[in-house]
Design a protein around this ligand. Structure first.
Ligand SMILES: CC(C)(COP(=O)(O)OP(=O)(O)OC[C@H]1O[C@@H](n2cnc3c(N)ncnc32)[C@H](O)[C@@H]1OP(=O)(O)O)[C@@H](O)C(=O)NCCC(=O)NCCS
Length: 321
């Protein structure tokens, strides 16, 4: 009998009040609501309070997912956090989260694949569960990109927001994750990066997010359509048989181009980018959380999640809810 990794809980957290494009312009950024909406579809984003960390946001999102699943944190045997904005250099945000949740003994580690981090973490957790080694996993995407944005660079600072999303996966005879695909192309490191580090107590290089917008846009559209197809083929279904696409929420034009290539109508695509901006590793689980909690995604439906991010990395996970 096959063992599947079945999604039994979802949760999400967005810090503070929505910050509008007008608010950003009022704070002195040389931009306009019109420009941001036309190029990206983003109208609002949430920004963490000065002391708020990825692990704190992750703990709130995780609490929602554990409650929905009816799983006690002590019974988790796997905790994976996808983040590019960890609380510390070490230990991992997953271990900090584990401590906050009061779990002892579970396998816990972070995954670094930037905006496709949650997809990577979910695919990894699926493999742990299907191998039989683990039974109850918490997978979280949490990022505080507001800390690594150059607020003088209008080409990037208007695009991102902060937040966390989480899912609980449990070993089950019922499906479950059906297929996943993960890829990277390290020749594209420089098109989206934070090219800095701490050396001997000082920042070396550049500690802010840098992006070649056009190159990221073109690459994202190309790889997202192909990985969606790859994942559907692996699961033996046509892309038109997907009930819901929950894509990374970076830019509405990237989402539209991908769903057009997949021949999926708008009504089957979950979008939160207008209200959340790009929350990096949190974007897919936050969107999933909304669509499950408002009843759009129901049991038995097929859901395709996909992500793309710095590295360049990309991937997709197809599951039956
Ligand atoms: C970033 C992005 C929205 C820029 O859109 P674009 O149409 O490529 O715009 P350009 O970079 O060519 O800039 C056009 C003009 O707008 C200006 N501009 C840039 N940011 C602006 C802002 N926030 N407000 C107003 N004007 C802005 C530029 O300075 C440029 O002005 P110029 O023509 O006088 O030089 C687009 O490239 C994109 O979405 N890329 C993908 C980003 C992404 O998804 N990243 C995350 C992936 S995980």
């Amino acid at each position: 009998m096959s063992i599947y990794a079945r999604l039994t809980g979802v949760g999400g957290y967005l810090p503070g009040q929505p910050v509008s494009n007008h608010d950003l312009a009022a704070r002195g950024i040389d931009t306009s609501d019109e420009w941001i909406v036309e190029r990206t579809g983003i109208r609002f984003r949430h920004l963490a309070a000065p002391g708020e960390t990825a692990s704190q946001m992750a703990a709130i999102a995780a609490g929602g997912a554990l409650d929905m699943a009816g799983v006690a944190s002590a019974n988790l045997d796997l905790i994976i956090v996808a983040t590019s904005t960890p609380d510390y250099i070490f230990p991992s945000t997953a271990c900090i989260l584990q401590g906050a949740l009061g779990n002892k003994g579970a396998t816990a580690f972070d995954v670094q694949a930037v905006c496709s981090g949650f997809i990577h973490a979910l695919a990894i957790a699926d493999k742990f569960i299907r191998s039989g080694s683990h039974k109850k996993a918490l997978v979280v995407g949490a990022d505080v990109f507001s800390r690594i944005l150059d607020w003088h660079d209008r080409g990037t600072c208007v695009l991102f927001g902060d937040g966390a999303g989480a899912v609980v996966l449990e070993a089950s005879e019922k499906p479950g994750i059906l297929a996943s695909a993960l890829h990277a192309d390290g020749s594209l490191v420089d098109i989206l990066s934070v090219p800095g580090q701490v050396r001997n107590g000082k920042i070396w290089g550049d500690p802010f997010l840098r992006m070649e917008g056009h190159a990221v846009f073109k690459t994202a559209v190309r790889v997202l359509a192909s990985v969606a197809e790859e994942c559907c083929v692996a699961a033996g279904i046509a892309s038109g048989d997907v009930d819901w696409l929950v894509p990374h929420q970076a830019n509405i034009r990237i989402i539209d181009a991908t769903s057009r290539k997949m021949k999926l109508p708008h009504e089957k695509v979950v979008t939160t980018v207008a209200r959340h901006g790009n929350t990096s590793a949190a974007s897919v689980p936050l969107a999933l959380n909304e669509a499950v909690r408002d009843g759009r995604i129901g049991r038995g439906q097929r859901v395709l999640l996909e992500g793309v991010g710095g590295g360049f990395t990309w991937g997709a996970v197809l599951f039956e809810f």
